[in-house]
Design a protein. Structure first.
Length: 189
């Protein structure tokens, strides 16, 4: 399935990953977003087929059994995320490089699959405390869910060394410049 370049962006929840991914997509037309599949419910203005392919658990399990995923995992109990094989095929057919926005385990799995064709980038929060404040400010999670995400972030940060590049998102403008430069260099190779 290796046909083109792959950019993999991962981070603990609340690190500003989506902001940086959107920056890349808006400034680099050669990139195309790979839409992930999930069993979680849509948040806010999320649209099916644009932000995610929203599926029921039985539907997701059916795709697993059919071997339709490049990678998948059960992130929380009963909450699945995965990358359908049809996404990379669609993007490469259009002559573009793939941009994956995935959680840390997904990022590690995708890097193993794509090897040197993939650039894996870990977005590091300035600190766990700032991460907690960002999650609270986002206002989408209960205090229990925030505790769960913060605890998970601590574990995920230990995996940062498995990525090709770590960008600390302390100053957003600097982080935007760093990620843009790294992706430009990689896709230009």
């Amino acid at each position: 399935m290796h046909k083109g370049k792959v950019i993999i962006v991962s981070a603990p929840s609340g690190s500003g990953k989506s902001t940086l991914v959107n920056h890349l997509l808006s400034t680099m037309p050669e990139l195309e977003f790979s839409v992930s599949a999930t069993t979680r419910k849509p948040r806010g203005k999320e649209k099916n087929g644009v932000d995610y392919f929203f599926m029921s658990v039985p539907e997701f399990r059916h795709h697993i059994e059919n071997g339709d995923f490049v990678e998948w995992e059960e992130v929380y109990d009963g909450q699945f995320y995965g990358t359908l094989k049809s996404e990379p095929e669609r993007i490469w057919a259009a002559g573009k490089s793939i941009l994956f926005d995935v959680d840390v385990k997904g990022g590690i799995a995708l890097k193993k699959i794509f090897g040197d064709n993939g650039l894996s980038i870990f977005i590091m929060p300035p600190s766990i405390e700032i991460l907690r404040q960002r999650l609270i400010a986002r206002g989408t999670d209960s205090p229990e869910k925030i505790d769960e995400r913060v605890k998970k972030a601590g574990t995920e940060i230990e995996s940062a060394g498995l990525f090709d590049l770590v960008i600390i998102n302390d100053n957003l403008e600097i982080a935007k410049n760093e990620i843009h430069k790294a992706v430009k260099e990689f896709t230009g190779r």
